[in-house]
Write a protein that binds this ligand. Structure first.
Ligand SMILES: [Zn+2]
Length: 324
C-alpha cells in the first residue's frame, strides 16, 4: 500500500515523515551518509548486507521489528551486528501503523519491542523508526516519555519494489545532502544491488557511511562492556575528536574492549596508505587516540586486535579524512 494512500486513510491528525522534510536530527556532517535497513532481520539477506557494507568500510543502522527479531535472531547474532560497528533501533513490535493504535496498544508495541532489543543487546534502544514513517502527536509524546528519538529519512528509493539500479540512484541523488538518511530494507535481492551501487558511487566521491548517532547512545562503552565475557571477540567504536582546519591533521578517538584484557592494552591498527599499520594500544580506560597526518588519502579505517582465544579483530569504523 502506498504511503500517500495511508495518509488519506488516516486523516489529517497523522503526520507522514515525508521525504526531504523530516524534522529529525541526523547531523549534517559533510559527506556522511546514514544507511538504514528496516523490517529485518532476514536470515538470508541481512548477513549479505553485512558483508557488502564491510567491503566498503561502511556502517549502518538497522530497525528490526521486535517480533521478527525474536523469531530469527538470538543474542549472538545481535551482538555480532553491534560488533561490526552497526547501530540498532526499534521498529515497534509488529509493524503496525502507530497512530491507529489505542494508547494501551501503542505502549505495548513499544515496550515489547524495547524488551526484546534490551535482552539481545544489553541496553535499552534510544531511537525508533515508525513503520511507514507514520506518526502523530500522541505517538511523539509516548516516544518522548520513553526516551526514543524518532528517526525518519531523506531518500526512500523504494528498493523493495525492485526499481532498476539507475532509477534508485537518481532518486537518492535528488535528495542528496550532507548527513542524508537513506531508507532501505534488508529483505530483498534488489536492495543488495542498489546498496552496492550506492557504496561504490558515493564511496568514490569520498563519502563515508556511519551509524546514526541517535541510535548509538544506548550502546555506550559501559553498556556494551556488560555484555562481554571471556572468550568473546573485542568490541569498540570510533569518534572524531578534532579536525585541524589549518594543518589538516585529524585526531580520531574511540574505545575498544576485550573481556580477556580487562586492564586495556588492546592493539589498534589503521590502514595508512592502504597498508594495515599497528598504531598503539588502548589505555586502562579502554580508550585510544590516533593522529592522522594531513594529506592522508581517505578513508582511514581502524581495527582493534583480539587478545583472547578467538582470532577475530574488532572493526571500529572508517573516517573519510574530511572535517566531521
Ligand atoms: Zn518497516
Amino acid at each position: 500500500m502506498g504511503r500517500r494512500l495511508l495518509v488519506l486513510l488516516l486523516g489529517a491528525a497523522s503526520l507522514l515523515l515525508a521525504q526531504g522534510t523530516f524534522a529529525l536530527s541526523a547531523p549534517h556532517e559533510p559527506k556522511v551518509m546514514y544507511l538504514t535497513f528496516d523490517d529485518g532481520p532476514n536470515p538470508l539477506f541481512t548477513p549479505i548486507v553485512f558483508r557488502i557494507l564491510e567491503e566498503y568500510g561502511a556502517r549502518a543502522t538497522f530497525f528490526p521489528t521486535g517480533q521478527t527479531l525474536r523469531v530469527f535472531w538470538d543474542d549472538e547474532e545481535v551482538q555480532d551486528l553491534l560488533d561490526r560497528g552497526h547501530a540498532v533501533g526499534s521498529h515497534s513490535w509488529t509493524h503496525s501503523e502507530l497512530p491507529t493504535l489505542t494508547p494501551e496498544d501503542l505502549e505495548d508495541a513499544l515496550v515489547r519491542a524495547n524488551g526484546t532489543l534490551q535482552r539481545r543487546t544489553g541496553f535499552t534502544p534510544t531511537c525508533l523508526r515508525p513503520p511507514y514513517g507514520l506518526t502523530d502527536q500522541a505517538v511523539e509524546r509516548t516516544l518522548e516519555r520513553m526516551n526514543l528519538t524518532l528517526v525518519g529519512w531523506d531518500a526512500d528509493p523504494a528498493e523493495w519494489s525492485n526499481p532498476p539500479v539507475e532509477e534508485a540512484l537518481a532518486h537518492i541523488e535528488k535528495w542528496e545532502r550532507d548527513g542524508m538518511v537513506i531508507l532501505f530494507h534488508d529483505r530483498k535481492w534488489q536492495t543488495l544491488e542498489i546498496l552496492r551501487a550506492v557504496l561504490e558511487e558515493y564511496g568514490q566521491e569520498g563519502w563515508t557511511f556511519a551509524p546514526l548517532p541517535e541510535c548509538l547512545r544506548g550502546g555506550s562503552m559501559a553498556a556494551r562492556q556488560q555484555t562481554r565475557s571471556s572468550g568473546d571477540g573485542p568490541i569498540g567504536g570510533l569518534e572524531v575528536l578534532q579536525f585541524d582546519a589549518v594543518g589538516g591533521e585529524q585526531v580520531l578517538g574511540g574505545w575498544a574492549y576485550d573481556a580477556d584484557s580487562p586492564e586495556g592494552g588492546l592493539e589498534i591498527f589503521l590502514n595508512l596508505d592502504g597498508e594495515p599499520t599497528a598504531y598503539g594500544r588502548t589505555g586502562a580506560d579502554h580508550r585510544f587516540e590516533v593522529r592522522v597526518p594531513a594529506g592522508t588519502p581517505g578513508p582511514v579505517c581502524l581495527w582493534a586486535g583480539n587478545s583472547g582465544r578467538q582470532r577475530e579483530d574488532a572493526f571500529l569504523g572508517c573516517h573519510s579524512g574530511r572535517r566531521g
